[in-house]
Design a protein around this ligand. Structure first.
Ligand code: GRF
Length: 207
């Protein structure tokens, strides 16, 4: 399966995908809406085609998303991964890629949708935090959950130490979820992700 990655910044999750690779899937295109995003250099270093589609160059969201969609289709992408992509995608784009569009979010959804998840987790005093890979729906940071990993919150954690602990898990669960999709080991039924019959039970990446 050819995977397209949309990003806006650092690209460490893209790097995890580039490093993981597999017989069943590969990153075929990396697209940034931010010119010069460091993630693009990571893709280039791995020999993966890159593209910048600056949202500011477009009159409205629909035309920006049409350009994204066209680029993904031209690259014959079968799955789109949002890996630190800091634009909200509209319902039309989401519908076009339904169940072929996943996001990695740095919290245990449905807790802490949106931004600043680590700071908010610390403020809330939760004992466990983590990350979620989910299929994207029009509602922000919502949709059928494919995989989650939990990490403990330590008494002396700062936003930075907690973020680093979660990020290490993100780098494990994202390639794992992409592999499951590429190998048709999961499907969406009644808005829940279920394992396909005869598959072994999902592993718990927290362990
Ligand atoms: C990650 O924490 C991801 O969960 C969130 O944005 C961050 C992107 O980091 N959606 P990177 O660009 O992959 O390093």
């Amino acid at each position: 399966m050819r995977v397209g990655v949309l990003l806006s910044g650092r690209g460490s999750n893209l790097q995890a995908l580039l490093d993981a690779g597999a017989a069943s899937w590969k990153v075929a295109l990396a697209v940034s809406n931010v010119p010069g995003a460091p993630g693009l250099a990571r893709a280039e270093a791995a020999g993966v085609p890159v593209l910048t589609v600056p949202h500011r160059d477009f009159a409205d969201r629909a035309s920006f998303e049409d350009a994204l969609d066209a680029a993904l289709r031209a690259a014959d992408v079968g799955l789109v991964v949002l890996a630190g992509f800091m634009r909200v995608l509209g319902p039309e784009f989401v519908a076009r890629w339904r169940d072929r569009l996943v996001n990695i979010h740095p919290s245990l959804l449905p807790s802490f949708r949106g931004l600043d998840t680590h700071r908010r987790a610390l403020e809330a005093g939760v004992r466990w935090h983590g990350c979620t890979v989910h299929f994207v729906r029009a509602e922000l940071d919502a949709g059928p959950i494919i995989l989650q990993a939990a990490v403990p919150v330590r008494p002396d954690d700062t936003e930075e130490t907690l973020a680093a602990r979660v990020l290490a898990r993100e780098h494990r669960v994202l390639p794992m979820a992409v592999g499951w999709i590429a190998e048709s080991r999961v499907k969406v039924e009644n808005e829940r992700v279920v394992g396909v019959a005869s598959d072994r039970p999902p592993v718990n990446p927290s362990q």
